[in-house]
Design a binder for this molecule. Sequence first.
Ligand SMILES: Cc1cc2nc3c(=O)[nH]c(=O)nc-3n(C[C@H](O)[C@H](O)[C@H](O)COP(=O)(O)O)c2cc1C
Length: 168
Amino acid sequence: MTVLVAYASRRGSTRGVAERIAARLRDHGLDVHLDPLLGREEVGRFQAVVVGSPVYSGEWEREAVDFVRRNAPALAGHAVWTFSVGWLGHGKDGTPPDARRLDEIHRLVPAREHRFFLGALDAADLPLLQRLTFRMRGGRSGDSRDWPAIESWTDEIARQLTTSTSAR
Ligand SMILES: Cc1cc2nc3c(=O)[nH]c(=O)nc-3n(C[C@H](O)[C@H](O)[C@H](O)COP(=O)(O)O)c2cc1C
């Protein structure tokens, strides 16, 4: 079973999540290719795809959206999972707001499941304007990535893939 883990990442925290997902899937015996959404992959050669993007100003990164749009026909019928990484604030029900327009992405490529994970950021690394925007929107410096939650989601993906393989 070959799995593509494709991700966008401006500052590396989503890359870290994608790397952990890929490593964990390999631990389950899956053949995993990690791709920073450069778009050169033939997605059709993979049986399952995990796609992730950080959320910036309420949106998935353009290259992640483009990846989904471009590969939608090839991904039809594949097992697909998606995830967002972000940080700002908390929604009314206590959950962080995810990217807008994810419904468009999921219309193009119906995902078996989508998850939002908290990310990481050091505000001191940002240019002044971004730093101000980030603070105004309630962002805090630090690494909030929840590795046990990421790993248990990955274990569930692996369980579904290995169960469907052995059922064939
Ligand atoms: C200018 C700026 C805008 C951001 N906007 C959002 C946002 O709208 N929603 C959100 O959940 N996180 C937002 N974040 C937080 C990032 O998504 C988070 O830091 C993430 O871990 C970055 O991933 P990366 O390191 O892979 O680029 C923003 C961060 C910055 C610097």
